[in-house]
Design a protein around this ligand. Structure first.
Ligand code: SF4
Length: 348
């Protein structure tokens, strides 16, 4: 994993390692647009008013027949059937652990409490987590057991609950959140997603999710079809990003530099500019503006089926990554993070 640094017009060497060995290699928290006292997570207010239970009910109805994501498979997951994501109505997770390698406002000093859901609504041929996302690795829990995992992560010091690939499990995690919040959960919810989302489902998460961490993966449906087996990614992704932005706006951090609200968009540079990085950033700059936070990622390597599909059978070159970074600069998107460049040199 390469180190993540605050975005600057000229990248510098990584900051000295932090005092805790756990976060060696991660730079200090970035400048942020405002520092203030973090309010309570939004879900606590919804719990008090009874709205959280109503949202859980409405999300549950969306999976029978299932229209939770843009695929709209229409299967009745509550009767045990599964759609393309591979999940029925029960929460299935592969891991619940403290993660130290997210962006600094998510990781902080004590780490992010990640919960990796099994299954995925996309089928990316290069997925680095494919045993979890596409081969079904994981263990089925009850919502009460999932709530206990959230509380356990909070007790271990996690700064937030970071739901990884949660789209198809939204009914289950809101059901679990009802229990966990009633029993003392008080840390923000981070929604860590591929960005292939239905706006209808996202609207039911308003006030529940504190921090959105979506991808903008591609600027063309041809690339989305080749890489993720979906030809409707771009329109759904863009609509989802606008809805998330409407709900939470830019990243806001507390006095410790920890995100308590906002949206941070991730973009991973692909070989041969398959991701259309500059066009993705043009969309963000044009439709959202310079306040948006972007995390530019350089961690692509060929995994799973990508070894058989050029140009995905190689890493992005350092020139390709640099070109994406310059596009960010040119478009005035200065809030966010970049990873240290360790791409293959040109020609390899
Ligand atoms: S969440 Fe799963 S079952 Fe539901 S529409 Fe999406 S892929 Fe199909």
């Amino acid at each position: 994993m390469t180190a993540i640094q605050p975005m600057k017009s000229e990248r510098t060497e990584a900051q000295p390692a932090a005092e805790t060995a756990d976060i060696a290699g991660i730079a200090e928290s970035p400048r942020s647009p405002c520092f203030d006292h973090a309010p309570h997570p939004g879900y606590l207010r919804l719990l008090e008013t009874g709205e959280l239970a109503e949202r859980a009910r409405l999300l549950d109805a969306m999976q029978s027949p299932c229209v939770l994501c843009p695929r709209r498979c229409g299967v009745d997951r509550k009767s045990g059937r599964t759609g393309v994501c591979g999940a029925d109505h029960r929460p299935k997770i592969a891991a619940a652990s403290i993660h130290m390698w997210e962006e600094p406002p998510i990781t902080g000093m004590r780490g992010s409490g990640t919960i990796f859901f099994s299954g995925c609504t996309l089928q990316c041929i290069f997925c680095q987590n494919y045993p979890i996302s596409q081969l079904g690795a994981g263990r089925i829990l009850t919502p009460e057991e999932l709530a206990r995992q959230m509380l356990r992560l909070q007790k271990r010091g996690a700064h937030n609950i970071n739901l990884v690939t949660p789209t198809h499990q939204a009914p289950a995690f809101v059901q679990a959140l009802l229990v966990a919040a009633s029993e003392g959960l008080r840390i923000p919810i981070v929604y860590n997603t591929s960005g292939y989302e239905s706006v209808e489902a996202l609207r039911l998460l308003e006030g529940i999710v504190d921090v959105y961490l979506p991808d903008v993966k591609y600027d063309s449906d041809e690339a989305a079809r080749l890489c993720s087996r979906r030809s409707d990614y771009v329109a759904h992704n863009r609509a989802a990003l606008l809805e998330m932005w409407r709900q939470v706006g830019p990243i806001r951090t507390d006095a410790e530099g920890l995100a308590y609200r906002g949206m941070l968009v991730r973009h991973m540079v692909l070989p041969d500019n398959l991701a259309g990085s500059e066009k993705c950033f043009e969309f963000l700059a044009r439709e959202i503006g310079p306040d948006v936070w972007v995390s530019l990622m350089n961690q692509y390597f060929p995994a799973y089926k990508a070894l058989q599909v050029p140009p995905l059978d190689r890493k992005a070159t350092s020139d390709e990554y640099e070109s994406a970074f310059k596009a960010l600069e040119r478009l005035g998107l200065h809030n966010g993070f970049v990873q240290e460049c360790d791409g293959a040199p040109e020609g390899e």
